[in-house]
Design a protein around this ligand. Structure first.
Ligand code: HEM
Length: 491
């Protein structure tokens, strides 16, 4: 009797195990017709989750080498199709908002720390706030913001190296603090408390917040809450005021309009302070990282850097009576031929530092075309545009690992291959970066001011090896941020 019960139990266990194995193998081998090649994985559901979180660019680099410009990963039960050819990226960003959407709610949650009403607040941002950014931050309209930012940036940068024998400073601190504080004081006015430390800390940890790593995610949420609490009194003051003209004393028209829209849309003061954190981070993090990387690349190449400084100084001294007059020039002034080399340096820095920059989620099954082959991507799967692999493809960029400041000099801005763009640091299509003209201007202006004011030097080795793409969000950080020596040019 005993033995027959044991037999039945053993049989049952074996049956369950065999069935599970069959289901697992079936799920692993089943692919949708015409779907992109699937990168093999070992553990079901988790798939490539660990390497996607901890070694994302290394994973994408090796998958690109093995599977080409389109392949599929499995990350914690979610399929992610990665694309990196100019043709596939053009096809992807060309999809209409009826076919695809960007993962905005996730991004808002990660950057602002908001926990509730995400769909509604995301809609308000898209409908009302992005419109203000697009209207107020184009080259022809952003002058009222850029001029005072230029002047404050000048005051800050100028103060750093006042000693006769110059000063040696941490490059990150120099660029991050100056750019952030100059811009925030102009956007919000001086009554907003200084939140540079909050920004700096959160920026260091944002990657882990976005990646939803359990304990770290919780720490990032605490940082969000601290930052939101610091700006809450500022927001409260305007939320409690009956003045609905929309203009906030000392703040820019741009930011007054944004806050007024959020108030009219029924966001409470706490929600608004979280949204403002997301805005502050989005406004500054990437531009600051690009400017920091660009200066690091330049100081690693002293001869090129000195030649660029001469070019900048000659252009300013020839076209403006003095530096202060240059600072109040229209934003288009930075498009003058004398600054083409600065533009090339910024593009080259973006080329080397941009990671996966475009994310879309199809709302219906869609097709992506590569060399006549049609790939089906299912509704709800993620698609990531891997700018890093495209920007490091030697077919388009010889010696792609090297920093070549003049690489984009005298080249069409969008470097084309068979009609498709090979340079996509700002994404594209409906969801293209809304602050690209402002962001690019900020980076260019910071480089110009620094190299006009100072002879800069430092010990740094350039090239791809100096970047740390694996734990960075959309712009690669430096492996180690160097010290920079500042020596006043005109003493
Ligand atoms: C060097 C600095 C910057 C870089 C490299 C950058 C890059 C990007 C990229 C790659 C995207 C995704 C585009 C896509 O999905 O097709 C994006 C989106 C966005 N960026 Fe930027 N950005 C920068 C600075 C800024 C600044 C300064 C602002 C605000 C003033 C801004 C506002 C936005 C907004 C609102 C979106 C979402 C657009 C949408 O979903 O419609 N960005 N950015």
């Amino acid at each position: 009797m005993m033995s027959s019960t044991t037999d039945i139990t053993s049989f049952f266990i074996i049956f369950v195990l065999v069935s599970l194995l069959w289901i697992y193998l079936k799920a692993k081998t089943y692919t949708i017709p015409n779907s992109p090649p699937q990168v093999p994985y070992i553990v079901p559901w988790i798939g490539h989750g660990i390497s996607f979180t901890l070694r994302r660019e290394t994973l994408m680099k090796s998958c690109h080498a093995q599977f080409g410009p389109i392949y599929q990963l499995l990350v914690a039960g979610q399929k992610i199709t990665v694309v990196s050819s100019p043709e596939l990226l053009a096809d992807l960003v060309g999809k209409s908002p009826k076919q695809v959407h960007a993962p905005e709610e996730n991004l808002l949650q990660a950057t602002s720390g908001l926990q509730s009403r995400l769909p509604y607040i995301t809609m308000i941002l898209r409908r009302n706030i992005y419109g203000i950014i697009s209207r107020r931050l184009t080259k022809s309209t952003m002058g009222p913001i850029t001029v005072p930012i230029n002047q404050r940036l000048y005051t800050m940068l100028n103060n750093f190296g006042n000693q006769h024998d110059g000063a040696t400073i941490h490059l990150g601190e120099l660029i991050q603090q100056s750019m952030y504080q100059a811009s925030v004081s102009v956007l919000f006015g001086d009554s907003l408390p200084d939140t540079y430390t909050h920004f700096h800390k959160l920026d260091q940890w944002m990657y882990y917040g976005v990646s939803h790593i359990p304990v770290m995610h919780h720490l990032v949420q605490m940082m969000h809450n601290k930052w939101a609490t610091a700006i809450l009194p500022y927001i409260n003051k305007h939320w409690e005021s009956d003045d609905d003209t929309g203009y906030i004393d000392g703040a820019s028209t741009f930011m007054s309009e944004c806050l007024q829209e959020l108030k009219s849309a029924g966001l409470n003061a706490k929600e608004t302070s979280h949204v403002i954190i997301g805005v502050l981070w989005g406004f500054h993090a990437q531009s600051i990282q690009v400017a920091t990387n660009a200066i690091a690349f330049l100081i690693s190449n002293p001869i090129y850097c000195a030649q660029l400084a001469t070019q900048i100084r000659t252009t300013i001294d020839k076209n403006w009576p003095d530096f202060e007059t240059f600072l109040i020039a229209e934003p288009e002034a930075l498009d003058s031929p004398g600054f083409e080399q600065v533009q090339s340096v910024v593009n080259e820095t973006l080329r080397l530092s941009s990671l996966a920059t475009v994310f879309r989620i199809p709302d219906i099954d869609i097709e992506l075309v590569h060399k006549g082959h049609r790939y089906t991507i299912q509704q709800g799967d993620y698609i990531a545009g891997d700018a890093y692999s495209l920007h490091h493809d030697k077919t388009f960029y010889p010696n792609p690992e090297e920093f070549d400041g003049d690489r984009f000099l005298n080249k069409p801005p969008n470097n084309q291959a068979r009609g498709f763009r090979t340079f996509v640091p700002w994404g594209g299509g409906t969801f293209i970066c809304k602050g690209r003209e402002f962001g690019e201007y900020q980076v260019k202006m910071t480089i110009i001011q620094l190299l006009y004011l100072y002879d800069v030097s430092g010990s740094f080795t350039t090239g791809i090896a100096c970047l740390k793409p694996n734990r960075s969000l959309s712009i690669s950080r430096l492996q180690s941020v160097p010290l920079i020596h500042l020596q006043k040019w005109k003493y």
